[in-house]
Design a protein around this ligand. Structure first.
Ligand SMILES: [Zn+2]
Ligand SMILES: [Zn+2]
Length: 157
């Protein structure tokens, strides 16, 4: 039971990590890695043409998150300390969610058509909130650095 809780805690903690990393690191001293993810923002093309499907330097951040998860998993199994394994599972599930929502659903870098059908109420809000960061109408829009947690106003309209 505690292990299931660890998966959830690690998962939601990763949303906080992703938010702070996006805000302070990616739009801070590692902007040079993140810049190419914003390169199309100024072009008023349709949303599915916003990002290119080629490799972005920004993708390096997936490695940055994958490495600690892999190390935790290896250590957890080798010293037989399962909490590390479950924390690693939480981190990995978050990374997978991020990839599916951010890269597949929002930026459509992979063509997985069934994923695009009728996004639900919450999914629509996630998409609106993230696109507000890419195409801000004001400074508050731009400050939307999280993925799953965002201002309630994105549930409207
Ligand atoms: Zn950004
Ligand atoms: Zn994006």
């Amino acid at each position: 039971m505690i292990n299931v809780a660890l998966v959830f805690i690690a998962y939601f903690f990763m949303e906080f990590v992703a938010w702070s990393n996006h805000k302070y690191v990616m739009h801070g001293f590692l902007w040079r890695w993140h810049k190419d993810h914003h390169v199309n923002d100024q072009y008023k093309v349709s949303l599915d043409k916003m990002a290119t499907s080629r490799f972005e330097k920004n993708d390096l951040f997936f490695l940055v998150y994958a490495v600690p998860a892999i190390i935790l998993m290896i250590i957890g199994f080798s010293i037989n300390f399962l909490p590390f394994v479950f924390i690693s599972i939480g981190i990995t599930l978050y990374g997978f969610t991020y990839f599916l929502i951010h890269d597949v659903l929002i930026h459509q870098r992979l063509n997985i058509p069934f994923l695009f059908k009728k996004p639900g109420y919450y999914t629509n809000a996630i998409i609106r909130a993230h696109l507000a960061h890419h195409r801000p109408k004001n400074a508050i829009d731009f400050r939307n650095f999280g993925l799953l947690v965002f201002s309630l106003r994105f549930f409207k309209n």
